[in-house]
Design a protein around this ligand. Structure first.
Ligand code: NAD
Length: 334
């Protein structure tokens, strides 16, 4: 009998890493997960899980031993509020994680590494309007990335290319556009907009007001987690080594997102805009031309479906924490 392929998922205790670990195990891979902590909400499906600090080179050597592929999901990250106020920490931590992971993968003869970049690498000057032109991969240059987090991602994208060209380490680079879904952080300061809004709506009574960051006209696209892990897997199996977008290309405003979630909850929700809070770029959307051409595939799970599942999961968590009464049921609409 042939042995299953052995792979490493870093950041396997986090949102995307945990879902990806389950997906790879279901595909028949033997998976080692590594993180600073175990997954918060359910047990890891990984065959082996090690608590390691990947800022340390010796930890990266230990993590990458005996595997043929590495999926790098470990990062110090969060929503716009977190990345705008922790630039030094994020840049330092993620630089160390990424340079040491790549070098350890090379030393341990890993065949292929997937690096998780972000739409935050795209230049601010292309994202100044709410009705923004969707971002193509080549729009990354001339560079003017999101300060801190985005520049580190862009630098590591290039490092992947250098490792590939100079050392023959095969790399794949994916630029995520706002991934959301169950098991994502929904509270505590690192949560992103879909989870934060789901939490606020879930905690609100019918006809309550919730705080919305900025004027709510800023636009984004959102991709459900199941599409994300399928896209990662397809990319890893492809021959495409240059950076590629992975997201939905349906753009909407934060105000529209709030209305959609309120509709799922079956509540009337009023918005109190706080323009002093960080809102990131004015508009951002993914151009999926290269994704479709390269993989013959693109994300297809609707925002409405994905948000309904995410809202239900966050409600379940808040109920379990005693923060909303059990009688306050969710969505009449699903
Ligand atoms: P997450 O915060 O849920 O998971 C990251 C995990 O990395 C956490 O469990 C954390 O404990 C772990 N980690 C942090 N520092 C570590 C260290 N020193 N050693 C070991 N583990 C460490 O984030 P996520 O949403 O799952 O993101 C995964 C990857 O995707 C990251 O590279 C992130 O930058 C990228 N990304 C995510 C999104 C998104 O919308 N979620 C968008 C763009 C890019």
């Amino acid at each position: 009998m042939t042995q299953p392929k052995r792979v490493l998922v870093t950041g396997a205790g986090g949102f995307i890493g945990h879902h990806l670990t389950r997906y790879l195990v279901d595909q028949g891979y033997w998976v080692r997960g590594v993180d600073l902590e175990h997954p918060k909400y359910e047990c890891t499906p990984a065959h082996e899980f090690e608590i390691l600090d990947l800022r340390r080179y010796d930890s990266c050597l230990q993590a990458t031993r005996g595997v043929s592929e590495v999926y790098t999901l470990a990062a110090d990250m969060g929503g716009i509020g977190f990345i705008e106020s922790n630039k030094a920490l994020i840049s330092r931590n993620n630089t160390m994680i990424n340079i040491h992971t790549l070098e350890a993968a090379r030393i341990n003869d890993v065949q292929r590494v997937l690096y998780t970049s972000s739409a935050c690498i795209y230049p601010g000057y292309r994202q100044g309007q709410t009705d923004v032109v969707p971002l193509k991969e080549e729009d990354a240059y001339p560079a003017d990335a999101e300060d801190g987090y985005g520049w580190e991602k862009l630098y590591t994208e290039r490092l992947c290319r250098h490792y590939s060209e100079d050392f023959g380490l095969e790399t794949r680079v994916v630029r995520f556009h706002n991934i959301f879904g169950p098991l994502g952080t929904y509270d505590g300061g690192r949560e992103k907009s879909p989870a934060a809004i789901c939490r606020k709506v879930a905690l609100a009574e019918d006809d309550d007001e919730i705080e919305v960051w900025g004027d709510g006209c800023q636009t984004r696209s959102y991709c459900y987690i199941d599409d994300c892990v399928e896209g990662i897997f397809r990319l890893m199996r492809s021959d495409h080594s240059a950076p590629i977008n992975l997201g939905q290309d349906r753009m909407l405003s934060i105000n529209e997102l709030v209305d959609m979630i309120a509709g799922i909850a079956g509540k009337t929700i009023r918005k109190r805009h706080d323009v002093t809070k960080p809102q990131g770029v004015r508009g951002r959307n993914s151009d999926n031309t290269l994704l479709c051409k390269t993989l013959g595939w693109q994300p297809s799970i609707s925002l409405e479906e994905g948000l309904a599942w995410t809202y239900e999961w966050i409600c379940g968590r808040l109920r379990a924490e005693g923060r909303i009464p059990v009688r306050q049921m969710t969505a009449a609409s699903y």
